[in-house]
Structures are given as C-alpha cells and as structure tokens.
Design a protein around this ligand. Sequence first.
Ligand SMILES: Cc1cc2nc3c(=O)[nH]c(=O)nc-3n(C[C@H](O)[C@H](O)[C@H](O)COP(=O)(O)OP(=O)(O)OC[C@H]3O[C@@H](n4cnc5c(N)ncnc54)[C@H](O)[C@@H]3O)c2cc1C
Length: 305
Amino acid sequence: MKILMVGEYRDGKPLGTCAELIEFASRLGGEAAMFLVGSKDSLPNLSGTLYLADSTSVGEFNPDGHKKLLLDVIAKEQPQMVVFPHSSYGWDLAPRIALALKAAQVSEVVDVTEKALIVPCCNSKLRRQVKVKTAMTVVTLQAGAFTPQSQVSATPQVIELPGAEPGTINFNGYEAAAAGGVDLSKAKVIVSAGRGIGKPENLSMIDALAKALKGEYAASRPVVDAEWTEHSRQVGTTGQTVAPKLYIACGISGAIQHLAGIKKAEFVIAINTDKDAPIGEVADVLAVADLKQLVPLLTQRIAGG
Ligand SMILES: Cc1cc2nc3c(=O)[nH]c(=O)nc-3n(C[C@H](O)[C@H](O)[C@H](O)COP(=O)(O)OP(=O)(O)OC[C@H]3O[C@@H](n4cnc5c(N)ncnc54)[C@H](O)[C@@H]3O)c2cc1C
C-alpha cells in the first residue's frame, strides 16, 4: 500500500503527531512519504521522502494554499491512502482533500488491521471495522492511538515544494489558552471521576480520597460536559495530559481519548463494576467493585479510620 502522511508543524518544529503518522504507516507496511509545511531547519524523524513547503512563505495555516500544494503531491505520488492527525489542522484539511478527490474519508481511526480501519462508535463503547471501496481513502488518526514505543533516528530525502498563493483565509497566529483553573500536570496523585460516579454529589467522595492521598481530583469528559466540575480538571486529548505517580480512575471506561492523557502515569488503579472495561487493559490494578462502596472505604483506611 502506498501512503501519503500529512505532517503538522507549529512554532518552528514538527509536532509529535508526525511520529504517530509514521507508526500508523509502518503498521500497514508498504511505501510511505510525508507532506509537510515546515522548515528545513527542523525535519521530522522520517526515513523516506519528505515533500516540504516553507511555512514562512506558505503560512502554517493556509487551507487553500496547503490544499493546492497537497493535491499536486497526491497527483505525483498517487497514494492509496492520505493520512492526517485528527487535530484542528487535520480535521480542517482532510475533508477539503477528500471532497476534491471524491475519496472516502474515515475520521478518528484508533486501530488498524490488514483488512480494516477501526473507529469508535456509540460513545466509544463499541468499535466499528470500516472497509473502504474507493481507490483512495482520506484518514484522520485519533491522538494517542498510534504512539510509537520507540523511535529510530532518521533523516528524510527532502523534495522542496514551491510557495503558495495567499488564500481566502488570513491566519493571524495562535492564541495561548487563558491560564487558570487547576494545573494537574504537577500532581503526584490524581483520583479521577468518570461517568460511573452517577451523579454530581458523588464527586465529593472522589475529592475526599484525593485529599486523603494529598493529591488532586480530576474527571473524564462526560463529567465536565455535564458541568459537574470545571474543564481545567478534564484529563485526555481535549483536556490535560498528566504524569502522576498514582492515577486512580473511578468509573472510567478507558476510551482512547482519556487514555491519551494518562500515558505518563506511573501506576494506574481502576475501580470499575465491569471486569471487561477497556481501562483494565492499561491499569496496573483493576478493582472490580462499585466505586460508591470502595472509594469511601479506601478514604477511611488511608485517613487512619
Ligand atoms: C474528539 C473527542 C475528544 C475527546 N476528548 C476526551 C477527553 O479529553 N477526555 C475524556 O475523558 N474523554 C474524551 N472524549 C470522550 C471519550 O470518547 C469517552 O466518551 C469518555 O472518555 C468516556 O468517559 P467515561 O469513561 O467517564 O464514561 P463511560 O465510557 O460511560 O464509562 C463509565 C464507566 O463507569 C463504570 N461504572 C458505572 N457505574 C459504576 C460504579 N458504580 N462503580 C464503578 N464503575 C462504574 C462503567 O462500567 C463504565 O466503564 C473525547 C471524545 C471525542 C470524540
């Protein structure tokens, strides 16, 4: 299979998602090249061809310009698959390319087999196998789903691309998210509440356990979306990435978007009534129990009661 990866570049360097694209391509095997609007001064760790446009002339975000350059590369490479990260860059550009090529688009892929792309459905409770019938497929990859175990250092063969015409969209730069809320990145212990807590009143037992362990409490996205707690406590791809010594996931199923945020946790304990919950695959300890019973007992024991 011939694959064209579309790398991402920000503030002078390729983003980590480039390595995830490379990992995905290597799992499929075959030939893979990359398209990147970036700089010769900071190349991705890639063995193979890199089609490189200069971001200072093309612009880091210029959908019309990037689309035109990318379509030219696609015409030359004739890949069967064009792969983007599922990021604001990818989900903007991928549909433009799919529409222009009348190709199938498969979004938020979390796994791949020889025969099918795997995407979550039913709020990540099920996984769907997708087989595509068009000659070319445009794919976006869910963040964290294809993180490589290790990386071999490599230098690509660069093919420089020309500049691009200014597009209809003016890019004014990035704006940092406003500081504030809770900084979970420094917490040594995090006790996290998922939808399994059932109701907002039960957050207090999660907070009590976190306090007994001198840590912070956090939450999965449904808990934040329901406005049971503030967004700064959300862990995952659209929340914070955390690296505690101990992470206790209470009533959290283990969706890929949540797991992406706890990859650096040293020890994970999951409390879940479902012995087959996906969090069990990554947790060091899975306690099959009702959190409403176990969490207060743990708090009492830790507090010396
Ligand atoms: C683009 C995108 C970005 C996303 N970003 C994030 C993100 O940043 N962070 C995030 O968390 N999610 C994110 N999500 C949502 C994600 O896909 C999942 O839907 C979400 O993580 C599920 O949260 P949960 O595990 O709390 O709930 P559920 O999946 O509903 O799981 C609840 C769990 O609680 C267990 N349970 C129920 N009752 C009890 C009990 N009494 N005791 C113990 N266990 C119990 C159940 O067995 C189940 O495993 C994102 C989704 C998308 C599409």
